[in-house]
Design a binder for this molecule. Structure first.
Ligand code: ARG
Ligand code: ZN
Length: 876
């Protein structure tokens, strides 16, 4: 292998030796190659201590340097040196103009970073370090420049030419059939926010007046066949803009805001200034093709990217170690937005489920890192659940500690003070400290210490003194490079349930109190408590921790029916189910017949009978903990026991409660025209959940019911819900028939066909790997399209544990082969595929050996990208 990639460290940060005041770009897009001309007005950074430093520009190996000039003087090859990703120019004056002509080949770019052509259109993805694949530059977020961009291309094939900012000029080169447009972005920005789009695109448009009365044009672009699927994204955008004005006092700042939908995209979406580029899966939506969950995802992602205009663009990151500065804050903002638009409790349940399942697993694995990592080899590997989701929890904890008013004051101060700057998470916390007068120095450990803290809670009650005491002990397991952890500053929201399940009044008469943990061991005393209460701990999941409290099944049932905190009511049900599923797993492993504790049946019956509850919450409560969550909770993951116990419980619940499931299924039948609104979404989610229990009965009558729902559905939620139940059922012929029908109906809808791939990839029945293998050769599959790789390969490896973890190791071999193949085509996607193999330490010895040898085979396979090398080498 070539030289091993080196890690870079936060502690080595230095201010940039040079600044780029203005950046002029001209792109000549051509079939054989694209020419990029850049004119950069540069000067030495007065804040840099190194007055003599040479100019060290970033430039990817794939760049072909055609011409280089400094203040009009063409440089000869002796004047500069290219080495790896750097272009070193030794002697430069204090102030100069750098002119550069580079040749690139976007049509051959399968990594989908920088400028690439896919499906006949050009687009860019520059975050984090993609701009260096376009031209030589100071590709770091603390170098901010005013960009003027001209795009020139064939007029017939690329009628739409877009870049950041406002269009200021255009023209045509008539004899050549080409045309050009010039865009100017008045806001200085780092190169990672640069964007360019060229293609034959249709769009919808809407005017928007900001709170202070400025007129803005909103435009969403897509291929013309998808023009009818853009309205939901547009409505979401308008809602997000209004919400940010109201909740954060933030207005939009350019004359035009554009979103472009692209089918080949590594991530969800990208917040480029004034020109967001989106994965089609996060923009397109129509009732016939899109599930309720996907409608909500579109709303959330559109809002997320919009919110970045302030939390990310106007105020950006100093360096990539600060990524959570913009991502954690923006995820917190979009979560609050979604909570306001839909059901707050349901949104919280979904976010915590993701965090506890996947982020906690990351925190416990070899890639564990703090919200602000201390080092990395490849930054793309750090767009993680820890930086995004745990980062959002850290911001939420500040919100909890300060309260909404002070938090808003803090965000106002942060935006005002740092507008136009590239800053750090410390700057964010400092603004919060200043407005509140609080000392958050211990709290900052959340940014620097990896791992999921554990809380051990016990209590005692002194009847004579009417005194109740909570004893809390915190600890945090070791993570790579961090053996010892200091105690965290943890907001622990609690309530005390008295007789009959009513909240006891706590400090100041409130029913929820936020206890602040700062020490390893603490005791909190509550006076005047007339009877032993049942504590409701960690209300609303007030901190990203694992909490243990010895709670009986009866107490969990009590909390499930009485807790005034909706999140904790759900969580009590989950804890009860986990407890009972673990008992079933023990029975399964011991070879004894499994027997489901009636407590779960009775609790579910009560919830099903309570018509006053929000059906969406009922659906959440009645959803058994996922195999992935049960795996995360296990010290050693027993793939079969988890699957068998869960299947058994599902069927036993279905048998015991079939009448109730049937009654609610019928009562929730669709009424009226489809709309993805909260009320309807809630009804469909519960109805489809009821159907999933009824299908667990494995009866022909239920199969017929599911098939009727599939045939009669006027929306994708109901159709796909029925489809996946039938496809995963034991009724083989019917499964094949419905999959065939679905394919023929939606053959031309790429995103729908991706769901078709995913449903087959997640089928727990034996033989799934052979099916996935066959689907890789299907016309609907394309290994260069990340959405397809995720739908087929990632879903199989992450959502089909019994097949992926087959004892013979065939699943691991399959994945290793795909990673070796993807490593060459698309390193970012290849690296993400590795995740399930990195968890090898949690499996039995034979599987550990097989997973390790799959990793070793990848490591030995030849030239690895930095992305794949980093994850494999840290995992072995
Ligand atoms: N900033 C984008 C977002 O979260 C994500 C871009 C990720 N890009 C990457 N190459 N990892 O909205
Ligand atoms: Zn983001």
């Amino acid at each position: 292998m070539a030289e091993q990639p080196r890690a870079i460290y936060l502690k080595d940060y230095q201010v940039p030796p040079f600044l780029i005041d203005t950046t002029e770009l001209r792109f000549e897009l051509g079939d054989d190659h694209t020419l990029v001309r850049s004119v950069l007005k540069m000067r030495r950074n007065p804040a840099s201590p190194s007055r003599q430093a040479p100019l060290d520009l970033h430039g990817h190996e794939s760049l072909e340097l055609c011409r280089l000039a400094i203040s009009g003087q063409v440089l000869s090859p002796q004047d500069y040196r290219r080495e790896g990703e750097s272009l070193l120019i030794r002697a430069v004056p204090d102030e100069f103009t750098l002119e550069c002509l580079t040749r690139i080949r976007p049509q051959d770019n399968t990594a989908l970073e920088g400028l690439y052509r896919s499906d006949g259109m050009y687009c860019t993805q520059c975050e984090a370090e993609g701009f260096r694949r376009i031209t030589f530059y100071l590709d770091r977020p603390d170098v901010m420049s005013v960009f003027t961009t001209t795009v020139e291309a064939d007029a017939r094939r690329y009628p739409v030419l877009l870049s950041n900012g406002n269009p200021v000029a255009s023209g045509s080169l008539e004899d050549e059939g080409r045309h050009w447009v010039t865009w100017q972005d008045p806001f200085p920005k780092p190169a990672y926010l640069f964007a360019l789009v060229a293609g034959d695109l249709a769009h919808i448009e809407r005017p928007f007046k900001t709170a202070s009365g400025r007129d803005v044009t909103l435009r969403i672009y897509a291929e013309s066949r998808d023009l009818d699927k853009l309205d939901h994204a547009m409505e979401s955008l308008v809602k997000a803009m209004r919400w940010d004005e109201k909740v954060y006092g933030r207005e939009y700042d350019l004359d035009i805001y554009m979103i472009v939908a692209v089918d080949f995209f590594n991530m969800g979406a990208m917040e480029n200034k004034g020109l967001n580029i989106f994965n089609t899966s996060c923009v397109l939506a129509s009732p016939e093709t899109t599930t309720d969950a996907a409608f909500q995802r579109v709303e959330g992602v559109v809002a997320h990217e919009y919110f970045h205009n302030w939390s990310g663009n106007r105020v950006t990151c100093r360096d990539w170690f600060q990524l959570s500065l913009k991502e954690g804050f923006t995820v917190f903002r979009d979560a609050e937005f979604s909570a306001d638009m839909n059901s707050r409790a349901v949104k919280r349940v979904e976010d915590v489920t993701l965090l506890r399942t996947a982020q906690f697993a990351e925190d416990a694995g070899p890639m564990a890192h703090p919200v602000r990592p201390a080092s990395f080899i490849e930054i793309s590997n750090f767009y993680t659940l820890t930086v995004y989701e745990k980062g959002a929890e850290v911001v939420r904890m500040i919100h909890t500690l300060l309260g909404p008013e002070l938090f808003r004051k803090g965000s106002d101060l942060y935006f005002e003070r740092h507008d136009g700057q590239a800053v750090t998470t410390d700057d964010f916390v400092r603004a919060m400290e200043e407005v509140s007068g609080r000392d958050l120095s211990q709290f900052r450990l959340w940014y620097d210490q990896a791992g999921t803290p554990r809380l051990h809670v016990s209590d005692d009650y002194d009847a004579a003194a009417q005194r109740y005491s909570l004893h809390v002990e915190q600890s945090c397991p070791a993570t790579p490079d961090q053996a010892e952890k200091k105690p965290f500053h943890i907001p622990l929201a609690i309530g005390l349930l008295g007789p009959g399940g009513r909240d006891l009044p706590l400090a100041g008469g409130a029913t929820t109190e936020v206890l602040e943990l700062t020490e390893t061991k603490q005791t909190f005393v509550f006076e005047g408590v007339a009877e032993r209460p049942v504590p409701s701990l960690l209300r609303g999941f007030s901190a990203p921790v694992k909490l243990q409290y010895p709670c009986s099944r009866d107490e969990r049932v009590f909390l499930m029916s009485h807790d005034s905190d909706g999140f904790n009511r759900w969580d009590a049900g989950q804890a009860l189910a986990v407890d009972i599923l673990r008992e079933l797993m023990d029975q399964y492993r011991a070879g004894r017949p499994m027997q489901l504790d009636c407590a779960l049946i009775d609790a579910f019956a009560a919830v099903l009978d309570d018509e006053a509850l929000d059906p969406a919450m009922v659906a959440k409560v009645l959803t058994l903990p996922s195999e992935a969550y049960l795996s995360e909770l296990s010290d050693e993951i027993d793939v079969e026991a988890i699957h068998e116990a869960r299947q058994f419980a599902k069927k036993a619940l279905a048998q015991a409660l079939s009448g109730r499931f049937e009654r609610r299924y019928l009562a929730l039948a669709p009424a009226g025209v489809y709309a993805p609104d909260a009320v309807q979404v809630a009804r469909r989610s519960l109805r489809n959940l009821c159907l999933s229990y009824l299908m667990a009965l494995e009866q022909p009558a239920q199969l017929a019911r599911a098939r009727a729902q599939y045939d009669d559905a006027d929306n994708m939620t109901d159709r796909q819900g029925a489809l996946s139940l039938i496809a995963h059922s034991a009724f083989g012929a019917e499964a094949d028939a419905v999959l065939e029908d679905f394919y023929r109906r939606f053959e031309r809808e790429t995103l729908v066909i991706n769901q078709w791939l995913a449903i087959q990839a997640s089928d727990p029945k034996p033989g799934a790997l052979a099916r996935v293998d066959a689907l890789m050769k299907h016309e609907a599959f394309d290994i260069r399209n990340p959405n397809k790789v995720r739908s087929l390969i990632s879903v199989f490896c992450n959502q089909n544990a019994v097949n992926f973890h087959a004892a013979d190791g065939a699943g691991y071999d399959f994945l290793a082969d795909r990673i070796i193949e993807m490593n060459r085509l698309n390193p970012q996607v290849a690296s993400r595929l590795l995740t399930p193999l990195t968890r090898w330490r949690k499996y039995d010895a034979p599987r550990q050996a097989l997973m390790q040898s799959a990793l070793q085979r990848i490591l030995d396979s030849g030239e690895l990208s930095k992305d794949v090398y980093e994850v494999v080498s840290k995992s072995l």
